[in-house]
Design a protein around this ligand. Sequence first.
Ligand SMILES: [Zn+2]
Length: 323
Amino acid sequence: MKRPVYLGIDIGGTNMEVAVVGAKGHVLARDAIATRAKKGPEAAIARLASCVAHLHEPRWQLGGAGLGCAGLVDAGRGVLGSSPNLPGWENTALARIARRHFGVYTLVDNDANAAGYGEYSRGAGRGSRVFVCVTLGTGVGGSIIVDGHILRGQKNTAGEIGHMTIRETGPVCKCGNRGCLEAYLGADALVRSARRLLASKKSSVLKKWMRERTQPLSPQLIAEAAKAGDRAAHMVFEEAGAHLGTAMASLINVLSPDVIAVAGRVAAAFPLMEPSVRDTIEQRAFAEPASLVTIVPAKLGTDAAVIGMAMMVRERAAGDRSD
Ligand SMILES: [Zn+2]
């Protein structure tokens, strides 16, 4: 008997990642190719299909393909509404195009839900009832999964944790609102905060690196400096942790999750934020839901989205979930 496998695909503005995932969530094969977004979705998916044909082994039975991409996705219809990273792809019936190329059942969801579902099904959120995944990267994303179902809200607009208002009079966010979590924890915001603190005497390591190295200031470099004892770099994450804690305190009071996972590229710096995250939650959230939540770093790293899409398509193809 052939082994059932599922495709998990993560379509980014620059690269597309494709993974062949087994029924238990293990990545069996993978590849990454350039998106070349300007050439359009049809060309991109055709290239993905030939990439999959190369990876495929005769002993595998392809059970479906799940595509995750940044932007507003109508998961029910399989349509990408808009995506800042994929200009010209607006209102594309991605699921239908993918079905034509792959010849199997297909699903489309946004990248935050893809990563959230990966962590829920095979990572940090396994077995949880109310699971919140906060993704820290260029922006701040989120996914809320209740009893195995992604909380979608009206027209798939729920879960925008990055755009929870943390301070009414805070800095202007890319979305136009003031004081969103993303305006404090997005990569640009962390870099801005580091530049402000670099002017102080508290930075030694980072200032020296900035003089010696040619690479630009990034959350990863700030985290490295903090770990090397740079006080200013440490303060960047202490402040960021307080803002993240404020957002989590509200999420805890509203949703009473059993697990909150912190995912994304900046999640590696979570230990630097953790003390101020926990202090802030203790100050701001009700004792009872706060004592019942486990806050953990995500487990699947950059594989969360591809595993999540593969598991989502596996569940749906099996017909035992309705979301
Ligand atoms: Zn915003």
